[in-house]
Write a protein that binds this ligand. Structure first.
Ligand code: ASP
Ligand code: MG
Length: 692
């Protein structure tokens, strides 16, 4: 025997009922069926109001009768239609008397219609009167009644029984409580010794949280009876809590399925020995409940919850641990936000370790990154447990998105046949997907792409950027991106923007976070100028060489004029908590103003005539120095400085970068130096930001 139960939404219209009849027909081909149904959606509410005799209850009766008539008219034709309408009228005549327990008629209406339809379709059907069979609070009598109702009718293929309603043992009608049809189904299953109990509803099984609260919710494929009960008891509406016990006692699996997506495997509820970890999140009254199986480390859970709620600025009262349930008291109007953060922490980040990567910009860095992901995926998986998947790539003209993932070697071809569109369209396509565990990587040098950052972060997508133009934006915009990242719980990382793979930003953030007082930062971060100065050769020739190997920006004067160094200094300063803007940085360009007008060719021509000499002892230094007299508390300058051997930057080679930080904690300076450029180095730094 199989018991199939359908809820009110599943049978709300004739179209839905047809769907249900297909499912039941398929099941009946395999084995006998007991079909338990709710009233059509909204019907029980209306009947309760009618029974109470509220104003306009007559109108409610008319409306409800019309809904049922409409269903009948759609499902039946000819004499059968007349008979069904006649029966419906008879039931409504009783409803109009407003007898005690008026709400009991909803399930009678729905199941009489469905049983009649099955009979019309040639199936051997028997309608069962649950009012006589299910005796409230008397399992023994109930099970005996079910057994005899079935045993006497061997030829019947499908029994149809109203859910929700029962008898009280003294000949009076009663109900099993709101949502009680699930419980009726479990009783029929236990009483008939059924092999399966299927609860068909309008969501794909028991989900990590209510999908109406949070679209990120996903189906729990298997759950123990205990955990299912805990979820239901603490607010998960998908299952009526008393349903679990009879099924568990009889050892019957409960399968929760979606009428509107019947091929989805939904959730299986059974013993599930060895169930572990986080099960789901539910909410009820003033609490959010985190349901767990197995032991949890209370201190660490408490601190994770504190972290999540703190980040979202949500106040909570109390965290308690009891019987596999962590309860958190949160004000009703903050519950959704709290659910979002907690779901992310426990159900998105933890179990799902795939990083879905979207790469904007397919130049030297983007290409290196794609190749590196291909080369290192196994090592990454081994070392971090994370799987990297390239899901989208864009260049300046096209983009391609492949939700199933692209192999690194497929990217070129995929991009060549991708959609013609801007980076902005790429970002919009990504946010529209609402991908989980996604990282957007900005390897472009676009001045405008940062405007998409906020929307990406708000859609739950983290960002790793090597594009310093995106971070050296007006402070207000920068702060907005940071806030968006904090609120969404996603990260915005950009270590690559200054000194490529060198951990400059990280070490400054470390000082800032540990309330160390930064006295000065000297940053030797212009690869081009370091290259020229440390070569000791002709300015022009070395510059040309630097340009030809792709070291300089497109117009090398961006480097010489200090704009590039300025962007880096802004990013560094902000990491130190200084709200630096472009206008606050005093730049002394390497060359005087006359070099900065005209084309790049003019510029090289001018260089021929100029008599420029720079020595190995010179460096283009961007510095931030504590200065209580300036409004920001710091002075920011960029200029060529002559240094002697005692200065750490004196010893820099080639394109190497260095940062020298003096702080209260580091009176003898913290010096970080090393390779400051190169596509591979940049790609490795991006990868590190993704995996951190
Ligand atoms: N029709 C009843 C209710 O709405 C029972 C059920 O649908 O499970 O509460
Ligand atoms: Mg229900």
């Amino acid at each position: 025997m199989q018991v199939l139960k359908f809820g009110g939404t599943s049978i709300a219209t004739a179209t839905n009922i047809s769907r249900v009849l297909d499912i039941v027909g398929n099941a009946a081909r395999k084995d006998r069926v007991i079909l338990v149904c709710s009233a059509i959606s909204g019907c029980t509410d209306s009947l309760i109001r009618i029974g109470e005799g509220v104003i306009h209850y007559q109108d409610r009766i008319t409306e409800l009768e019309e809904r049922h008539q409409q269903i009948i008219t759609r499902l039946f034709t000819g004499v059968q239609r007349d008979e069904a309408l006649e029966e419906c009228r008879g039931i409504f005549d009783q409803i109009k008397q407003r007898p005690p327990v008026t709400e009991a008629f909803g399930e009678i209406l729905s199941t009489r219609i469905i049983a009649r339809k099955l009979a019309c379709d040639g199936i051997e059907v028997q309608w069962l009167d649950s009012r006589k069979i299910i005796i409230k609070d008397n399992l023994e009598a109930t099970y005996a009644n079910i057994a005899s109702a079935i045993d006497n009718r061997r030829a019947v293929r499908v029994f149809v029984a109203p859910g929700f309603i029962a008898g009280d043992g003294n000949g009076r009608v009663t109900t099993l409580g709101r949502g009680g049809s699930d419980y009726s189904a479990a009783l029929f299953a236990a009483g008939s010794g059924a092999e399966t109990l299927q609860i068909w509803t309008d969501v794909p099984g028991i989900m990590t949280t209510n999908p109406k609260d949070l679209p990120q919710a996903y189906t729990i494929p298997r759950i123990s009876y205990e955990s299912a009960w805990r979820m239901a008891e603490h607010g998960a509406k998908v299952l009526y809590p008393p349903t679990v016990e009879p099924a568990q006692k009889a050892g019957i699996k409960i399968n929760i399925l979606n009428t509107f997506d019947p091929d989805n495997a939904g959730t299986v509820v059974d013993d599930f020995p060895g169930e572990k970890g986080w099960i789901g999140l539910s909410r009820k009254d003033d609490c959010i409940y985190l349901i767990t199986a197995g032991n949890v480390d209370k201190d660490s859970v408490r601190s994770r919850i504190n972290g999540v709620l703190d980040r979202s600025c949500i106040f909570w009262d109390d965290i308690q641990f009891q019987d596999g349930i962590v309860s958190i008291k949160v004000q009703a109007d903050h519950q959704r936000e709290a659910l979002k953060g907690l779901h992310k922490e426990f159900f998105e980040l933890e179990p799902n370790r795939t990083r879905r990567i979207f790469i904007a910009g397919y130049g030297a860095v983007g290409k290196s990154l794609v190749k590196m992901i291909g080369d290192t995926s196994r090592i990454v998986q081994h070392n971090s447990g994370k799987t990297l998947r390239i899901v989208g790539v864009s260049d300046s003209k096209r983009y391609v998105i492949s939700p199933g993932g692209l192999m690194p070697w497929e990217v070129d071809d995929a991009l060549a046949s991708g959609s013609d569109a801007s980076g902005e369209a790429f970002c919009r396509a990504i946010t529209g997907m609402e991908p989980r565990q996604a990282v957007f990587v900005d390897c472009t040098d676009s001045e405008t792409i940062y405007r998409q950052y906020e929307a990406l972060l708000e859609a739950g997508i983290s960002i790793v950027s090597s594009n310093r133009r995106s971070l050296a934006v007006p402070y207000e915009d920068y702060a907005r991106m940071k806030t968006a990242a904090l609120h969404s719980g996603c990260f915005l990382r950009y270590e690559t923007t200054v000194g490529a793979a060198l951990p400059f930003l990280e070490s400054i953030a470390m000082s800032a976070n540990s309330s160390d007082e930064i006295l000065s930062i000297e940053a030797v971060v212009s690869c081009t100028l370091n290259y020229i100065f440390s070569s000791g050769e002709s300015f022009k020739d070395t510059l040309k060489k630097a340009q030809s190997v792709g070291l300089t920006e497109k117009d090398p004067r961006t480097d010489l004029g200090g704009r590039d160094a300025m962007r880096k200094l802004i990013i560094l300063a902000r990491e130190a908590g200084v709200h630096l803007e472009e206008k606050d940085v005093k730049i002394q360009p390497v060359l005087d103003e006359s070099f900065f007008t005209g084309s790049v060719e003019d510029f090289y021509a001018k260089l021929d005539k100029a008599d420029l000499h720079f020595g190995r002892n010179q460096r283009f230094v961007a510095s931030l120095v504590k200065d209580p007299s300036s409004p920001l508390g710091y002075r920011a300058t960029i200029s060529v400085q002559t240094m002697d051997e005692s200065h750490p930057a004196y010893w820099l080679h080639g394109t190497d970068n260095a940062i020298i930080v003096r702080s209260a904690f580091h009176p003898s300076p913290l010096v970080i130096q090393g390779a400051g450029e190169g596509a591979k180095v940049a790609a490795s730094s991006i990868l590190n930001d993704i995996l951190k």
